[in-house]
Design a protein around this ligand. Structure first.
Ligand SMILES: [Zn+2]
Length: 401
């Protein structure tokens, strides 16, 4: 059944495009449908039963000796706009190679195995992220009416794309939850590459809050309004931003603080700004440390007049399964793969899966830490070390008593 050698490089080439603009596999797009279909056929050709749920999550179930809950691995099929070759896809195809290797090694594993290709994780087409794993785990979502930048609703895009997958020879159903979930992923940061370590074992995923801050002013003539009589939204916003950066610099080493978007109205060179809106994204390894920073941040903001703050996102910190991580540490030591334990500053499907089943993550290095860009790169030898560790990890889980 699993006679072919698994060729990770060939699979990555097959599922990625060669475009200079990188990967644009937005959820429910043509390329996304094509890739999920190709994956279903690949799994079926290797003896898997395919399930496709109403959000387009693909589950490929490979048999075990016992009829019991499967040991699952996988990641997401979608990318950001102009994304890289490995974010998400490596976990799907690396997971496929790991499962294939296990079956090549001989006897059927005791427990069945499952490869999951989540529909969407990035939030890059519609203003909602993790819609795939949230559906997979039964979380309620209000996403049907969300629109993409061309005005297509989530519901229109979803039903059109999922119809094409469910027309295949698959079970049309939400998959029952697996016994555990192990996600293989690129680090998307520089720590492993800088430490020359091929493996990261993820302890948890950061807590994250996002805000939209608006400073209100009064539009007026840039030449005739005396400096002392202005309500200049940009002047206030820039001082506020500088104070917030000062605060962030003095806070704990694990805090990240980003002002990534600034919008000014009317945004005209000879008019004093009427309003300036900017975003704040702040992340910390623990909910307590994030709360400490947020309270200091509010104190700073209160020192400025005419400022309104709207919270747009709150995600608590996630602690992934310690038992699965410790087991992976033991296996990595036996296999002589240097590793470090680390926190993830990026969100992943694993934080959603972790709410319902024991979940762990394995990272491989990202060259110069770049991700979400066409320059995203991990060398093949590191990708294969990740797959080798995943294979051993899945095998240990699937064959335990
Ligand atoms: Zn990802």
């Amino acid at each position: 059944m699993f006679s072919e050698e698994c060729q990770l490089a060939d699979l990555l080439n097959q599922f990625n495009t060669t475009a200079d603009t990188g990967q644009n596999r937005l959820v429910y797009s043509e390329q996304w449908v094509h890739n999920q279909q190709t994956l279903i056929l690949l799994g079926q050709n290797h003896g898997a039963q395919a399930m496709v749920d109403d959000y387009g999550n693909v589950s490929l179930d490979f048999p075990g000796q016992e009829e019991t809950l499967p040991i699952a691995t996988g990641s997401h099929m979608d990318t950001v706009r102009q994304g890289g070759r490995y974010d998400g896809l490596y976990g799907v195809l690396g997971g496929f190679c790991a499962i294939q290797k296990m079956y090549q090694q001989g006897d059927l594993p005791k427990k069945p195995l499952r490869l999951i290709s989540f529909s969407e994780e990035e939030g890059s087409r519609f203003p909602a992220a993790f819609t795939g794993s949230k559906y997979y785990t039964g979380q309620q979502q209000q996403v049907a009416a969300l629109v993409d930048e061309t005005g297509i609703t989530f519901e229109q895009a979803r039903s059109n794309a999922v119809k094409q997958l469910q027309a295949m020879n698959v079970r049309r159903q939400r998959a029952p939850l697996p016994a555990s979930f192990t996600e293989l992923h690129i680090e998307q940061g520089p720590r492993l590459a800088q430490a020359h370590q091929p493996i990261g074992l993820v302890t948890g995923i950061v807590a994250q809050n996002r805000y939209k801050v608006t400073v209100h002013g009064q539009a007026n003539h840039a030449g005739t309004t005396p400096m002392a009589q202005r309500q200049d939204a940009i002047a206030t916003a820039s001082r506020l931003m500088a104070s917030l950066y000062d605060l962030a610099d003095k806070s704990s080493n694990s805090l990240t603080f980003t002002i990534g978007e600034i919008r000014v109205s009317p945004n005209v060179s000879n008019v004093i700004a009427e309003s300036c809106t900017f975003t704040i994204d702040c992340r910390e390894e623990s909910d307590e440390r994030l709360a400490t920073f947020l309270s200091a941040m509010n104190t700073v903001i209160k020192q400025f007049d005419n400022v309104t703050v709207e919270q747009t996102l709150h995600v608590p910190a996630t602690l992934l399964s310690q038992a699965l991580r410790q087991r992976n540490a033991k296996i990595a030591t036996q296999m002589k793969f240097p590793f470090q334990e680390l926190f993830s500053g990026a969100g992943h499907d694993s934080q959603i899966m972790n709410t319902v089943v024991p979940t762990t993550m394995i990272f491989v290095p990202s060259k110069t830490g770049i991700s979400h860009a066409p320059a995203e790169h991990t060398k093949m030898s590191d990708l294969l070390i990740g797959v080798a560790l995943l294979t051993a990890s899945l095998s240990a889980q699937a064959n335990e008593a």
